[in-house]
Design a protein around this ligand. Structure first.
Ligand SMILES: Nc1ncnc2c1ncn2[C@@H]1O[C@H](COP(=O)(O)OP(=O)(O)OP(=O)(O)O)[C@@H](O)[C@H]1O
Ligand SMILES: [Mg+2]
Length: 150
């Protein structure tokens, strides 16, 4: 899909949110400033995260509660409203695999959790994503967004 502004990227992310059940690992690939965090903001809002999603550049990993009452999207689709958490990680600043192990990402991977990871290729470990989102910076505000599910 082609996006011409941040709001359009967030709307595309919201359309992906509709299809999530919980338990998914999403890899988010794109250059600095491509719009990865912007994408996560759209995904989070559509999932029912009410707090502001900030870049985990320095915190590495941020956790957000998904409010069941705000979970209109998947209850409308007759999915069980079991999604309780969104975890947003940014591996850009990790120096080595020991730092990755310290994060215990695998432990955070649960059936009630969507895990979305910026810069998954900053580590040599294969994070085995279920879905890969690639954002290509085409111009000032123009982005190509490709979503591939395994
Ligand atoms: N079509 C678009 N989609 C997404 N963001 C856009 C678009 N057009 C302009 N922008 C702007 O580009 C910037 C993207 O910043 P963002 O922090 O989301 O990038 P990022 O890929 O997470 O970068 P980093 O690798 O540094 O974490 C924002 O300022 C956003 O408003
Ligand atoms: Mg970012």
């Amino acid at each position: 899909m082609i996006s011409h502004n941040a709001a359009a990227t967030q709307a595309i992310a919201a359309s992906l949110a509709l299809r999530l059940h919980g338990g998914e690992v999403i890899a988010l690939i794109g250059d600095l400033g491509a719009g990865k965090t912007t994408f996560v903001q759209g995904l989070a809002a559509a999932l029912g995260v009410t707090s502001r999603v900030k870049s985990p550049t320095f915190s590495i990993m941020n956790e957000y509660a998904i409010e069941p009452t705000k979970a209109q999207l998947w209850s409308q689709n007759n999915k069980p409203a079991k999604l309780a958490r969104l975890i947003h990680a940014d591996l850009y600043r990790l120096q080595n695999d020991a730092e990755l192990s310290a994060l215990s990402l695998a432990d955070e991977q649960r059936a009630d959790t969507v895990l979305i990871i910026e810069w998954p290729n900053a580590v040599s470990v294969d994070l085995n994503p279920d879905i890969t989102v690639t954002i290509d910076h085409l111009g000032e505000d123009e982005r190509a967004i490709t979503i591939v599910a395994k």
